[in-house]
Design a protein around this ligand. Structure first.
Ligand code: AMP
Length: 290
């Protein structure tokens, strides 16, 4: 594995690979890697000839008072994980390399970015779209792997890449969960034992929603209220939102059917957690709703 820290060196390596006819796969991350990130690397490894992982804690996507400074970091551990996952190139640029001067340019997909998590975290998805478009320009033609864990982010990036004709094929990968159903996240490290137990409520609530749909419930509002009820019953969780939406456009739906997604966000102690599922299929959700 080659570690690089500059845009120029990255371009040189990836252009050379494409010159040899290789398909380039890119896995953008903010580091503190877990098995969810590794699953993206594994997918890239299966489908591409050269795999580049990136580690960059992107300041543009953190709002005032959010956890930018506290965000967990472990470069040596991350590099070892990347190497074990078969990554060829690890790009870990400094903030000065990525943003040598304040960026005056912003990429935005307002119709998808200003609702749900974007409503709770104003500017967050503009920061994501801006840094990812920069990364796509650095990478050049490639396949880029993102997790369904961040469903709204995946829709924003997919739409951005299509609307702006980036030569990038965006690939979504399934959510990887702990054995009790909690979606893996770098932020789970913030949870103490009690909060870690309480955090299970997110996947449990989604399971309750999917079970209701499987039992014949078709009213989105009924599904939303049921999921909300499960989260509200957990005293250590503070509900942000439950939404039953069109999976691509993220607009509220009246009826649950195909291409409908249930999204949840809640704060559990020090961690703001998100999760989601296909409304008609439990996917990797574990356990039962009871
Ligand atoms: P992050 O480092 O949190 O910015 O995440 C980097 C990438 O890993 C994003 O595309 C995430 O959606 C993805 N990811 C994070 N957690 C998971 C998970 N539990 N399962 C699958 N993908 C994930």
């Amino acid at each position: 594995m080659i570690s690089v820290a500059t845009i120029a060196e990255t371009r040189k390596l990836l252009e050379a690979a494409r010159g040899e006819g290789k398909i380039v796969g890119v896995v953008p991350t903010m580091g503190f890697l877990h098995d969810g990130h590794v699953s993206l690397m594994a997918a890239a490894r299966r489908e591409c000839d050269l795999v580049m992982a990136t580690i960059f804690v992107n300041p543009l996507q953190f709002g005032p008072g959010e956890d930018l400074d506290a965000y967990p970091r472990n470069f040596d551990g991350d590099a070892a994980r990347c190497e074990a996952a078969g990554v060829d190139v690890l790009l870990a640029p400094s903030v000065a390399e990525m943003f040598p001067r304040p960026t005056l340019t912003q990429v935005s997909v307002p119709a998808l970015a200003n609702l749900l998590d974007g409503a709770s975290r104003p500017g967050h998805f503009d920061g994501v779209a801006t840094v990812v478009s920069k990364l796509f320009n650095i990478s050049g033609p490639c396949r880029a792997y993102f997790g369904e864990k961040d469903w709204q982010q995946l829709q924003v990036i997919t739409r951005m890449a299509g609307d702006l004709s980036f030569p990038v094929h965006v690939v979504g990968c399934p959510i990887i969960r702990e054995t009790d159903g909690l979606a893996m996240s770098s932020r789970n490290v913030y949870l103490d034992e009690a909060h870690r137990g309480a955090a299970r409520v997110l996947s449990r609530s989604l399971r309750a929603g999917v079970d209701a749909v499987a039992s014949g419930e078709t009213e989105a509002v009924a599904v939303r209220e049921l999921v909300e009820e499960v989260i509200r019953a957990e005293p250590l969780a503070e509900l942000d939102y439950v939404a039953v939406v069109d999976a691509t456009m993220l607009e509220m739906v009246d009826k649950v059917g195909s291409n409908v997604r249930i999204l949840v966000a809640a704060t559990v102690g020090p961690a703001r957690l998100i999760d989601n599922t296909d409304a008609c299929s439990p996917g990797t959700l574990m356990g039962s709703s009871t």
